[in-house]
Design a protein around this ligand. Structure first.
Ligand code: CTP
Ligand code: MG
Length: 229
């Protein structure tokens, strides 16, 4: 195995406000988790998939993913994103030295090109992530006052999949956990150690489905894709 994709789906989906975690909701007739997993199943750059789901939902998730050949494990995640990622990392085969991808199950429209680009950059540089330019002007605010307008040309929004050589991520995580850091993405752990993280071009379609409005956008996009077939 050369590349292992960890799909993190163990969040509660609070901002989506549905009756169950969003990965298990049907998006135009197919569970979000399955849609995202199929993207990695179809990628020739990916050999194995680990799904990390809320504790207690492992069995339903296994049922949903039963038809996917590359799924090697379905495990319970934890309270924080990094706990879920760690649970996934622990499923890597003994002695695995390839690339680990960490991807939000909430980003079902990740393209094969993007996966391939991140894997290649991670293999070469140790750590890589897709980014998008900021569309809005970004300001630093304190107590309802603008402190500063940041230089937008220097800023980018981080997406997933984030890719790492396994040793790079394992070491960065070890330090981050030991120091009690809370991470909002995986690359942060590598950055903290002074490690190089390469940015590749992200994609607008690779949006994270966070709110009901994102969900509606996804349904429109799928309906349009369906209509074009
Ligand atoms: N995630 C996870 N484990 C956590 C928290 C998040 O595996 N403890 C996953 C989510 O399932 C999601 C991805 O990380 O696929 C991105 O997180 P987010 O969009 O914030 O999803 P949720 O945490 O589920 O949503 P919310 O924050 O609105 O509750
Ligand atoms: Mg969350």
């Amino acid at each position: 195995m050369e590349t292992l994709a960890i799909l993190v789906a163990a969040g509660r989906g609070e901002r989506m406000g549905a009756e169950k975690p969003k990965a298990f909701l049907d998006l135009a007739g197919r569970p979000l988790l399955v849609r995202t997993a199929l993207a990695f199943e179809a990628s020739t750059s990916v050999d194995g998939i680990v799904a990390v789901v809320p504790a207690g939902l492992e069995e339903p998730a296994r049922g949903l993913l039963a038809g996917l050949r590359k799924v090697v494990a379905v495990v319970a995640g934890g309270a924080r994103r990094q706990d879920s990622v760690l649970a996934g990392l622990r499923c890597a085969p003994e002695g695995f030295t390839g690339v680990v991808l960490v991807h939000d199950a909430a980003r079902p429209f990740v393209s094969l090109e993007l996966i391939e680009g991140v894997v290649a950059a991670a293999r070469e540089h140790g750590a890589a992530l897709p980014v998008l330019p900021m569309v809005d002007t970004v300001k630093r605010i304190r107590a309802n006052r603008v402190v500063k307008t940041l230089d937008r040309s220097e800023l980018a929004a981080a997406q997933t999949p984030q890719g790492f050589r396994r040793d790079v991520l394992a070491r960065a995580y070890e330090v981050a956990f030991r120091e009690g850091l809370t991470l909002t993405d995986e690359a942060t752990a590598v950055e903290r150690l002074g490690g190089q993280v390469v940015a590749v071009a992200g994609a607008e379609n690779n949006r994270k489905l966070t709110t009901p409005l994102d969900w509606a956008w996804a349904e429109v996009l799928l309906a349009r894709q369906e209509g074009q077939r």
